[in-house]
Design a binder for this molecule. Structure first.
Ligand code: DAH
Length: 344
């Protein structure tokens, strides 16, 4: 029995993994294993012999079991140590700088306005870029042949009926037609618009507008002024002042241009505000009674205000950019500059 135990010890020295250990255990302690096989000898022994033999056999069995268990622990420990070593991190190594893209400046301005107006109960809606003439013009009180159409040199796609929208204002019409019975209507629509302009520092054949519309009972121009004031302060800083100037749009009456005090010179006058102290950032007005009627609203009962920001214009004013083409060239360095300007 001692010899078997000795053999086991020797064999254990060579064992390197759990699988071989299990095989070894089976060979010694399994049902047909060499230690278990010793029990069969008992039947030919005297009572005294049986006693001694039994005690020794149990001791050998226990010892063998312990030896194998110990070995198993050791192997598992080794595996764990190996794993820990392989996965160890050298925190003294210099780190690799992961270059991070910068968000597009227009996108950031749009998101800022969206967030603000959503907190005031506005929905952000979408409209088609390929639009019908009646939404883009006619229902907005701009009939065929009207000179106001000339200001928006439009890309027509089919028979003067289907076009690339020249403004986001058609989304006002779509929203009012859909919103009947669900007043108040509060929506903004940021989106691409198209005009047959030659691209230069201040023109682009494709640009972005942010349309806004509110329709309810008892809406007045002062509601528009208040809303614009909140937007202006959020975009250009708390000390920003706002003013309206009379203007003309077919789909609003009265119509205004909305100005912010120049945040670069604080209204004193500089090159950016052309020494006026003010910068125009949006057209706006009270929704024209004809437009309300076109969408099924009685102007005696319902009023509304609307505004249309040019997203590029806002970004250019905010970051003092003099060429709008930078928004479409996706030059990350250029965009990082705007991030830095904002941080200042
Ligand atoms: N759609 C106008 C444009 O492209 C901008 C505008 C002016 C939108 C007044 C409005 C508004 O909603 O009320 O020039």
């Amino acid at each position: 029995m001692e010899k078997i135990l000795e053999e086991l010890k020797n064999e254990l020295k060579e064992v390197k993994n759990v699988q071989i250990l299990n095989e070894l255990k089976a060979r010694y302690l399994g049902k047909k294993g060499s230690i278990s096989a010793l029990s069969s000898k008992i039947k030919d022994m005297t009572v005294e012999e049986k006693k001694n033999f039994g005690v020794t056999l149990n001791r050998i069995k226990n010892e063998a079991t312990n030896l194998i268990d110990e070995k198993r622990k050791k192997i598992e420990e080794e595996i764990l140590n190996q794993k820990l070593q392989n996965e160890s991190v050298d925190i003294t190594l210099p780190s690799i700088k992961v270059p991070v893209g910068a968000p597009n400046t227009l996108e950031k301005i749009i998101e800022e306005i969206e967030e603000l107006l959503m907190s005031m109960g506005y929905d952000v809606v979408d409209g088609p870029e390929i639009e019908e003439d009646r939404y883009n013009f006619e229902l907005l009180n701009i009939p065929k042949g009207h000179p106001a159409r000339d200001a928006q040199d439009t890309f027509y796609l089919k028979d003067e009926e289907i076009l690339l929208r020249s403004q986001t204002s058609p989304v006002q019409i779509r929203t009012m037609l859909k919103g009947k019975g669900k007043e108040p209507i509060r929506m903004i629509c940021p989106g691409k618009t198209y005009r047959r302009d030659n691209d230069d520092a201040t023109h682009s054949h494709q640009f972005m507008q942010i349309e806004g519309l509110l329709v309810d009972r008892k809406v007045s121009l002062s509601d528009l002024k208040g809303t614009f004031d909140v937007i202006a302060k959020k975009l250009f800083g708390e000390d920003t002042e706002t003013r309206f100037r009379p203007s003309y749009y077919q789909f609003t009456e009265p119509s205004v241009e909305m100005d912010v005090s120049c945040h670069h010179c604080k209204g004193k006058g500089c090159a950016i505000c052309k020494n006026t102290g003010w910068i125009t950032v949006s057209g706006a007005g009270m929704v024209h009674p004809n437009v309300l009627r076109n969408c099924g609203y009685d102007p005696k009962e319902w009023q509304g205000f609307a505004f249309g920001f040019g997203a590029e214009r806002l970004a250019m004013v905010k970051y003092n950019i003099d060429d709008l083409r930078v928004f479409y060239t996706n030059n990350i360095n250029e965009m990082r500059t705007f991030d830095r300007k904002e941080a200042e």
